[in-house]
Write a protein that binds this ligand. Sequence first.
Ligand code: PBG
Length: 330
Amino acid sequence: MLPLATRLRRNRQSAWVRALSREHNLHTDDLIWPVFICEGSDQRIAIDALPGVSRLSIDTAIHEIGAALHEGIRAFALFPVVPAPLKTADAAEAVNADNLLCRAVRAIKSALPDAGLICDVALDPYTADGHDGLTDAAGYVLNDKTVAVLVEQARVLAAAGCDFVAPSDMMDGRIGAIRAHLDDAGFTQTGIISYTAKYASAFYGPFRAAVGAASAGKPIDKSSYQLSPANRAEALREAAQDADEGADMLIVKPGLPYLDVLSDIKQSLGLPTLAYHVSGEYAMLKAAAAVGALDYDRALLETMLCFKRAGADAVITYAARDVARLLRAA
Ligand code: PBG
């Protein structure tokens, strides 16, 4: 017999002791389900790049969000599929108080007042080139001119009734500017969830196809505003700035490849911190499962738990309803 005072396997020897010594748990309260909203009625349009995910018209979205609420999911991130003719150099549709997203928010809130609604603030659904902001003649994304549009975009979404706006554009100073603009307009209760550490990532491909971004299928370089995957300390500077400017919560995006960043931000600032398990990550799980390389359900639950272990308070995932199903079965 080895003379061991500590045998770590003692705490792993049976189901009950493993459960008792478990450090992290997953709950449906930790899930945010992204929903793609399209025009029309009775629409449910499959997205090839994201198996199991569809674009939903407002009526269908109300039906599905209602079902998800019954499954225990309480928060939803809405993304509009904006018709191509409405995409312009000045992104004017972003500030139209009657645009698709605003109409969706009003309809969902009136049908399902308990649904927590989070709306993306960025210009990429509305610009002719698919950039998140307005560009100059050379194609450079202009910071302050973009922020002037973003604050208006946030205001129309707040007026429509969304609970939190989620700026995903990575312009400097947008959190403070949006906070001031919302407060001036009387929307002091509308919160801001900042995409604080949003990386210039190759993992967003399926999302851009799903929303029909002008950049879909083409290489688009967002590295003059999104963070470099090489940088970790810079993410902390972003997060500290956003917290100072009034962000209520922070998002790290993508998810799994950036757990170090998530952990740093959660530990150093203490704000509720969310992981975005992005479209490419979800698509990889589906693709690997489709060729029999892994078990989707087990890999999915493990992925979610790893977010929690790294410090995430919640996870935005296309697989939210699959996770809810697996938690019910557990
Ligand atoms: C747009 C936005 C993107 C995503 C969420 N909001 C794409 C991008 O920045 O190009 C990606 C989400 C995903 O891949 O699941 N600002």
